[in-house]
Write a protein that binds this ligand. Structure first.
Ligand code: ATP
Length: 740
């Protein structure tokens, strides 16, 4: 995302920059603060700019500075999220807070980055250091060229889309050069057979029928040759279809594989920002669309184009006048099709969006069937689905009606010209300016030209469907994972010493969840994370697992920045047990082995015993081969949780993360799990979250998170003595327990 826009000379003049002072961040916004009321600037003209220089934070309206703050006079500059808008607040050293700018949600992310830049300069000036350069990897929301909202892609499909996408597709096809050459050869043969037939007809009519120079023998030869050519053409077409089908299947399979692999490597933030059905559709439906295109259109398209081109040339050679007559309406058809091109494109895009929505809804409901049933909402959900199906059907119907009207009109216009040509051709034959054989040959070539032309009117539709699918596929394939290994990333066996240095993070730039978190963890230490709901405990764990990267500061592991540790190496050394246990449909054995595919049965049993799961597994009908059902629903919550613990420790990880691992369990399950966990945390650096504070009694230290930061840190007894937040939480839980 661009954070330094260029101002015009007059705007720069208005800033009254001192020598050496330059805008470091300069971003557009769209609302101004006018006597307490927001006023939308004319047509969101982006006439207000937030400018951050090495010394000042300025708001530039039109060509006037409406607010200017010396960074050295400011305590803090922050961006806040309000209902449907955002604001910049400048907290001055004298304690006064000023609302410096307002903007709509369209600009909030960019403004938040600029403000972060201002804050970085402010802090660095205070410490006499060089300020950290703030960059944004986030997507632009709007196309700079056309102003359209970008559909979650880096490139605008309208401004940069088609040629680029087709080029990529061609390079993918390049892998199948052999198949393409065979298809091209067959296409040329089909074209030759097609084009030679009318020539033979002409020879027969003019040389045999019209002159009477021949008899049964010539007739038999003519029928024999033309019939053989028909058979040859059919065989060639079957062969071509077979090759096109093989090419389509290989291409779609390769795309499906790449998509699936890419989705696995993409960051959680990308996956979370998309509906699951949307990604599912891209892997299944869009790749299928490519297969269908290659099978049904690709081969046909090129041999047809070749036949049409050669037919046109021969028609011109027979009679250029008749050819021009026959082409009169084709021009009209091209103009009409071109005029509708954008409409065709947009209606298909809408159809796809609705299909995504439908698939997502279906997936949501089927995976959440237990909730739907337990709330008795089957009918309501069925009605909701019905509504979405109807919406999809309505768009589908609209598209089909469009084609049902468009196609016959185009076909009619295409054919109309050939009747004029036949009329004038007939006149030429009657006046001996043309032979009958030539007219028949011309009419046959006319058929070759106009017959496929009406099929070709379907082409925009088919090509558009393919381009839309390709766009959606490459949208995922071109995505760069935000969390990726750099060239200097390395793998090493971790000991488990963690340092959090001024760590700040927010899922949105304008909404910090954690701010300036600093603490250290020794190898093998068990840290209990405590705090009210929504304070950011799970977020801290997400950062430790590097599912997200910190916005500011750093987390080190054994002194190495976590961003410099190979993600695969890091994840293979972390065992995770989450509150929401996710088991894959399959056997208990496969689920435990998920952490280490090559684990022996003995290792699996050892892990299951350590997780107090072995006994219950042995009582199931098929032991370790028992099928756990969809999401493991054939097992109880406690059983699922114990399998998850066995899975987490199978790899003997150095780090253990327990996010509410014992919540929502009955006393016996909780006891069994707690017993297993107490055994497992020994010697491993452990981060554990639990709302039931008694479960953290074995933690070496507790970190209390409140108001985006670390509020208290210490052992259970130390924190009780302090009588702070932790003390409050413990006494509240005791009172609740006694109240029961
Ligand atoms: N993927 C996400 N996208 C945007 N915001 C999120 C996301 N996940 C969490 N948040 C927000 O971040 C804040 C902290 O959430 P987090 O889950 O870390 O809290 P928590 O302390 O673990 O809460 P709890 O104890 O209830 O599990 C919450 O305000 C939440 O709404």
């Amino acid at each position: 995302m661009k954070l330094l826009y260029t101002l015009s000379d007059s705007q720069r003049a208005a800033l009254e920059l001192k020598p050496g002072e330059e805008p470091q961040y300069c971003v557009p916004t769209d609302l101004d603060y006018d006597g307490g009321k927001m006023r939308v600037r004319e047509q969101y003209a982006d006439k207000i700019w937030l400018v951050v220089t090495q010394e000042r934070f300025l708001v530039l309206e039109d060509e006037k500075v409406s607010a200017s703050f010396l960074l050295d006079d400011c305590e803090k500059i922050k961006c806040e999220h309000q209902v449907h808008s955002g604001i910049v607040i400048v907290v001055k050293k004298d304690g006064l807070s000023v609302c410096a700018a307002r903007f709509s949600m369209r600009h909030i992310v960019r403004a938040a980055y600029a403000v972060r830049g201002a804050q970085a300069i402010l802090t660095a000036r205070r410490k006499g250091e060089t300020p950290e350069r703030i960059v944004s990897l986030e997507y632009e929301k709007y196309c700079e060229k056309c102003g359209r909202a970008l559909p979650g892609t880096r490139k605008c499909p309208y401004c940069e889309g088609k040629a680029d996408i087709l080029k990529k597709f061609m390079s993918l096809c390049g892998e199948y050069v052999g198949k393409l050459l065979v298809i091209s050869l067959i296409m040329v043969l089909i074209t030759i057979v097609n084009l030679v037939t009318p020539l033979i007809q002409r020879q027969f009519i003019d040389g045999v029928l019209a002159t009477g120079n021949g008899g049964w023998k010539e007739l038999w030869i003519f029928v024999g040759v033309t019939f053989s050519m028909l058979v040859a053409r059919i065989l060639l077409e079957v062969y071509r279809f077979w090759h096109c089908m093989a090419l389509g299947t290989s291409l779609s399979m390769s795309m499906r594989r790449s998509l699936y692999y890419k989705i696995q490597t993409l960051s959680l933030s990308f996956i979370n920002n998309r509906k699951p059905g949307e990604l599912l559709n891209r892997v299944s439906q869009d790749t299928n669309q490519i297969r269908r295109f290659m099978e049904e259109v690709f081969g046909e398209m090129f041999s047809t184009l070749l036949t049409m081109t050669v037919s046109l040339v021969v028609m011109f050679m027979i009679s250029w006048k008749m050819t021009l007559f026959s082409l009169v309406f084709v021009v009209v058809v091209f103009v009409v099709t071109k005029a509708f091109w954008h409409h065709i494109r947009s209606i298909f895009h809408r159809q796809w969006l609705k299909a995504d929505d439908l698939a997502s809804n279906l997936q949501d409901i089927i995976s959440g069937m237990r909730v739907v049933k337990s709330f008795g909402k089957e009918e309501k959900e069925a009605a909701r689905f019905q509504k979405k199906t109807e919406e999809f059907a309505a768009i589908n119907k609209k598209n089909e009606i469009f084609w049902a009207v468009f196609f016959p009109i185009v076909t009619f216009l295409m054919g109309a010209g050939s009747y004029i040509a036949v009329y004038f051709g007939g006149m030429d034959v009657l006046n001996d300016r043309m032979t009958l054989g030539e007219l028949v040959q011309f009419i046959t070539y006319c058929g070759y030209l106009f017959g496929p032309l009406s099929w070709m009117t379907h082409m925009p539709r088919m090509v558009m469907q393919m381009i839309t699918s390709l766009n959606r596929i490459y949208d995922v394939l071109d995505e760069e994972p935000v969390i990726a290994d750099s060239d200097d990333s390395r793998e090493f066996p971790v000991k488990g010493a963690f340092t959090f240095e001024n760590v700040s993070f927010g899922y949105h730039t304008y909404e910090p969840v954690l701010e300036n978190i600093s603490f250290q963890v020794k190898p093998g230490e068990m840290i209990g994370l405590v705090g009210a709901s929504g304070t950011g405990k799970s977020t801290l764990i997400n950062l430790i697992m590097r599912l997200y990267d910190v916005d500011q500061g750093r987390i080190t592991i054994d002194g190495v920045d976590i961003r410099k540790v190979k993600t695969e190496s890091l994840h293979s050394q972390i065992g995770v047990v989450l509150q929401e246990t996710f088991l894959f449909s399959g056997s208990i054995l496969a689920n435990i082995r998920f952490a280490k595919q090559d684990a022996s049965l003995a290792e699996v049993i050892q892990a299951a015993k350590a997780a107090n799961a072995h006994d219950f597994i042995c009582k199931t009908p098929d032991g370790y081969n028992t099928y756990v059902g969809e999401h493991g629903y054939n097992l109880s919550g406690g059983e699922r949780q114990r399998i998850a613990i066995a899975r987490a420790i199978l790899n003997n990880p150095r780090l253990l993360i327990l996010d509410e691992a014992t919540s929502a369990l009955d006393t016996e399950s909780e006891f069994l799990i707690q017993q297993a966990l107490d055994r497992l945390v020994k010697g491993r650096t452990t981060f554990a979250i639990a709302h039931r504070l008694s479960t953290l009694r074995n933690a070496d230290r507790l970190v209390v998170i409140d108001r985006h930061g670390v509020a208290e840190i210490g052992t259970h007894n130390e924190l009780l003595e302090k009588k702070g937040i932790y003390y409050g939480l413990v006494t509240a839980q005791l009172q609740m327990a006694e109240g029961k």
